[in-house]
Design a protein around this ligand. Sequence first.
Ligand code: HEM
Length: 179
Amino acid sequence: MHGSIINLLKRFVQLQYDHSTWLRLVELSGLSNADFDMNTVYPDAHIFALVGQAAEMTGIPAAQLQEKFGEFLVPDLMLVYKRYVQPEWGTLEMIEHTEEAMHGAVRRDAPGTRPPVLHVRRQSAKELEVTYESERRMGALAVGIIRGLAAYFDETEDIEVTPLTSEDEERVVIRVRQR
Ligand code: HEM
């Protein structure tokens, strides 16, 4: 997993809790270093261990933590990749263009990364069906990112995000509907 995501996880833990909680989390996860380079790609085992331990430490289910983390991630992701965003886009258009615009840029610019594949089907003017595919099984993070995008575009009240299948499978179907 790309170092930028792990660094954002670090910031998320520091802000929700404190720095010593982050250090304890790293230690409990069996990792030797609490600092992660922004441009290095780390083994997926690192993020799995961190999320798993965080769930154990806090008693909050891993899926719920991933959703909250996904929401938190969005403003920073958008800051880094905003040159790929068109001014007229809202939440639905952003999701429709993530594959080619955002994850495409990640695959191109950061060799070794493997963002999930998102199949996005426009069901109607107000509804998308997003199929997340990744062997990492982080569909809950995807749900959180979509909610975070709705907040980013100031559409939280209008956008309904519903996982239609279990969030911890390699393939997760998510319905995104504008009220
Ligand atoms: C909005 C702009 C977005 C940016 C800039 C972005 C960027 C990234 C980056 C850098 C990674 C790390 C990839 C790696 O280390 O291999 C990643 C992973 C991920 N992205 Fe995105 N992403 C965006 C939107 C989305 C959206 C809309 C979704 C869901 C619908 C999504 C779902 C995920 C998930 C779940 C992962 C974790 C890795 C996995 O599950 O395999 N992303 N993304």
